[in-house]
Design a protein around this ligand. Structure first.
Ligand code: SF4
Ligand code: SF4
Length: 367
């Protein structure tokens, strides 16, 4: 069965045609308000951006969604979970500071922020799944406590999953820290034989899992938390992911995404922003040049259809010449593989469909 995905472009020539008005129309047309009941505690799930990143969703757009939720006489709050890696969002105190620095103050967004897994990431609840990789998953407590969720995702590239959109926002974004670790566990870095033993990577590891032994770096895998802090550190690119492990990694993400929504599948709405389509996710502390021109905003009640439509729209674009794209510049070619050539993001969509998270078959309605 086809799912419906609504799309608005960015052509804007007048007050009634501004992007914020278009976003309001998109919310209404996709009937996202029907997912919300009076007095609901409505989590607006988003990513506040790692400090140094500037391509996260504009707080002005978030304010529109907050106002739309209030029109339903419900109670919106902005939410995300703490990160596995040790950056500017690893605990709730740092996370709130970063969110406010990035413009998600109440005075702008109109809603309070609740970090859904507690100040140190230990507020989580087990959800039974019984799937291939996980019997049960560890989802942030206040994601499960919310009555309904509107999931706002910046659609962009990702070094481990090719792209990141709504499914990744549910999977990694709604898991508590131990749940993120469970997903990442199969994706720990390996040290290439060309390692010179310079030692640069040793201090980058937050859990001291890297040491030097007989002139080269060694990772203690029982200590490694797969945070990938060390990946970009090596001056000779000797720390790499085990690309063969990416398929189970993506399947695990799809299972976690299902765990986040399975108890309120009918109380969810999704919006993807195809703006600033950078090579990396907003977890990195920079924002590189986009891979393709800005495209528009999409909404649906099916996260798989929404990500599939977003992926297709990106790939229909010509790649930007001065971007990180190595190849696949032509319209129709996979822009994410043009950067992350070892990763096939379609694995995530295929497996998400297989376990019942949604459908890759969609009808795109332009409003
Ligand atoms: S070895 Fe690398 S991936 Fe593992 S915990 Fe240390 S920094 Fe993180
Ligand atoms: S930074 Fe690279 S070359 Fe230096 S010790 Fe670490 S892995 Fe080896």
């Amino acid at each position: 069965m086809k799912s419906t995905v609504y799309f608005t472009d960015l052509i804007s020539r007048g007050k009634d045609d501004s992007k914020v008005k278009k976003l309001e129309r998109l919310f209404n047309r996709a009937k996202l308000g029907t997912k919300i009941r009076e007095n609901d505690l409505v989590g607006i799930k988003l990513h506040f951006g790692e400090e140094g990143n500037d391509s996260y969703i504009n707080p002005v757009f978030v304010r529109i969604i907050v106002d739309m939720v209030r029109k339903q006489k419900a109670k919106p709050f902005l939410t995300d979970t703490n990160t596995l890696y040790h950056g500017s969002r690893h605990n709730s105190v740092d996370h709130l500071e970063t969110a406010i620095k990035h413009g998600f103050d109440y005075s702008v967004s109109g809603a309070p922020i609740v970090i859904a897994d507690g100040i140190r990431g230990d507020n989580w609840v087990t959800v039974e799944l019984g799937l291939k990789h996980f019997e049960k998953v560890k989802i942030a407590g206040d994601i499960l406590n919310s009555d309904s969720l509107i999931v706002l995702s910046h659609f962009k590239g990702h070094g481990m999953s090719g792209f990141g959109g709504a499914i990744k926002n549910l999977a990694m974004g709604c898991a508590a820290i131990p749940g993120k670790l469970e997903q990442h566990e199969c994706a720990k870095p390996i040290v290439a034989s060309s390692c010179s033993g310079c030692g640069t990577c040793v201090g980058s590891c937050p859990v001291s899992a890297i040491s030097l032994y007989e002139g080269r770096a060694v990772i203690e895998y029982q200590d490694c938390i797969a945070c990938n802090n060390c990946l970009d550190i090596c001056p000779d690119s000797c720390l790499e992911l085990d690309w063969a492990a990416m398929k189970p990694f993506m399947e695990k993400m799809a299972e976690y995404a299902w765990g986040a929504v399975k108890n309120k599948h009918d109380r969810m709405g999704y919006v993807n922003f195809l703006l600033n389509i950078t090579p990396d996710c907003d977890c990195v502390s920079w924002s590189d040049r986009p891979l393709v021109p800005d495209i528009g905003i999409l909404a649906s009640t099916d996260p798989v259809a929404l990500d599939q439509a977003s992926y297709d729209l990106v790939n229909q674009q010509p790649g930007l010449e001065n971007s990180l794209l190595i190849h696949c510049h032509a319209p129709g070619e996979d822009k994410f593989r043009g950067v992350w050539e070892n990763v096939d993001g379609l694995i995530l969509l295929e497996y998400a469909q297989k376990i019942g998270l949604g459908s890759r078959n969609y009808e795109l309605i332009t409003i």
